[in-house]
Design a protein. Sequence first.
Length: 475
Amino acid sequence: MQENNINHFRINKICCVGAGYVGGPTMAVIAKKCPNIIVNVVDINKNRIDDWNSEDLSKLPIYEPGLAEIIAETKNKNLFFSSEIDKCIEDADMIFISVNTPTKTEGIGAGQTIDLTWVEACARIISNKAKGYTVVVEKSTLPVKTAQTIKEILNSSRRDINTNNEKTFSVLSNPEFLAEGTAIENLVNPDRVLIGGDDNNSIQLLKDIYLNWVPENKIICTNLWSSELSKLTANAFLAQRVSSINSISAICEATGANIKEVSKAIGMDKRIGGKFLNPGPGFGGSCFKKDILNLVYLARYFRLDEVADFWEKVIILNNWQQNRIYKIIVEKLFGNVNGKKIAFLGFSFKANTNDTRESSAINIGNYLLKEGAKLSIHDPKVGFKQIEDAFLTIDQDRNNIKNSQWEKVSNIIDVFEGADAAVVLTEWSEYRNINWDKVANLMRKPAWVFDTRSIIERDKIINTGLNLWSIGLGF
Ligand code: NAD
Ligand code: UGA
C-alpha cells in the first residue's frame, strides 16, 4: 500500500536536522544542485542557526573552502537555516538526520559505543510531527542496526493526532564521506554515494536527488546494514593507514630511513596507493576515534575479541604517537620545559578547517602545560574560546590555567618572540613559507623547531642556527 501511495511522490521539501559540519555543507550543495527543492536546515543550537544566517559570510559557524560562495548563492533562495524544528519537519517530504553521535560517556558501553540520545530525539520528534509519507535518511554515522531503532520509534505513532490521517515512513542509510577542509570538493565530486535501504521507491527518491550531479555509476545501493557498516569500516581503514605510517615514522627516526622516501616507495605500488601516507602527530577529528571505538564495541558484542583487539590497536598507536612527540619535545629541551615558551603553529586537527575536535594539539598541549610550559598558540581559523574549551574539557581541574599559561596570538611572528621551541602541529600552507632567518633572531637559543607534519624544508632551517626535529626523520 505504501508503495502505491508513493509511486508519484516527488521530493519538494527537505529538512535536515543538525546544522553542523555535515548538515551545513551537505545541504548547501543539495540546494545548489537542486534549485527546485526547498532545503530547510534546523538545529536546537540557536546561536549556530544565527551564525548561519549572518549577513557577514566570514561569521559562518564552519570554515570550509568554497562553502561561503555556495551559501551566498543559495541562502534564502532555496536554502534556509531555521530554529523552527517542528514546522520544518511537518513540511518535509524527506528528512536527513545529521546530528552529533559522540561516544557514550556513562553506563553500558561507555567509552566505546555511540550515544544515541540525539538521534533518538530526532526520531521521536519526526515520529510526532511528520505528516503523510516521509523518507527519513540517516546521514549521521551510526552503529550497525540503528535504522531498526529509528524505524521502531517512527512507527510508534501511525496516525496524525490532529487529522487522524495515516503517516508512513521509509528509513534509508546514506552515510557521509566528506573530509573537512575538502568538504565541498568531496560533496560536488564524490568518490561514491552510498544508499542503504529496503524499499526501492524511497531509494530511488534519494537517488534522483543525487543524480542531479553525481554519475549513476557512482551511486551504490545496498542493504541498510551494509551501508551502516561500510561507513564505520571506511573510517577504520583510513585511520589504520595513518597509524600504520606513524608507526613506521618512529622506525625511520630510529634507523636513519626517511619517512617521505618510504611513503613514496610504498605508495607507488598501485595495490597500496599513495594517499593517506603522511606521518603526523596522530589523527584527530571528531570521527576516526569514535567510529573505531564503535567498531571495537560491535566486535566485542559479537565476541570477536581478536577483531576488536586488532582495531583497538589503531587507537592505542595514535595515543602513543601523541605521547611520544610530547616526550621528544621535553627531552630535546633538556628534560625541562617549566616556564619555557613553546610556540604552537596550528591547533585545528588538520589544515583548512576551524574544527579542533580530537586535535592532537590538545593532548600534546595539555601534556606540556602539565610540565609547566607556556604555550603561545597561532592558528589562522581557530579562536581563543575554542582553545579554552578544548583545554578545559580535556582537563577539568585546570580552570586556574586559563590564559595565564597559554595565549592565543593573531600575528604569527609574535609566537616566536622569546620562544625556546616552535611546534608545527597543523599543515596550514602559511607555515610552509615562514621566514626562518627572521624567526631565528626572535627565539631564545638554543632553540628547536619540531615539525610534526614534515612540511618544513630542512635547508631553510639549518643555516639559521635553529635545531630541527622532523617526524619520520628525527635529529
Ligand atoms: P556537529 O556537532 O558539527 O553538528 C551536529 C548538530 O546537530 C549540532 O549543531 C547540534 O546542535 C545538532 N543537534 C543535535 N541534536 C539535535 C536535535 N535533536 N535537533 C536539532 N538539532 C540537533 O556534528 P557533525 O560533525 O556535523 O557530525 C554529524 C554526524 O555526521 C556525526 O554522526 C558524524 O559522525 C558524521 N560525520 C561527520 C563528518 C565530519 O567531517 N564532521 C563527516 C562524515 C560524517
Ligand atoms: C575523515 C574521513 O577522511 C572522511 O571520509 C569521513 O567522512 C570523516 O572522517 C568523518 O566520518 O568524519 P576528516 O576527519 O575530516 O575525514 O579528515 P581526514 O582528512 O580523514 O584526516 C583525519 C586526521 O588524520 C587528521 O588529523 C589528519 O591530519 C590525519 N591524517 C590524514 C594524517 O595524519 N595523515 C594522512 O596521510 C592523512
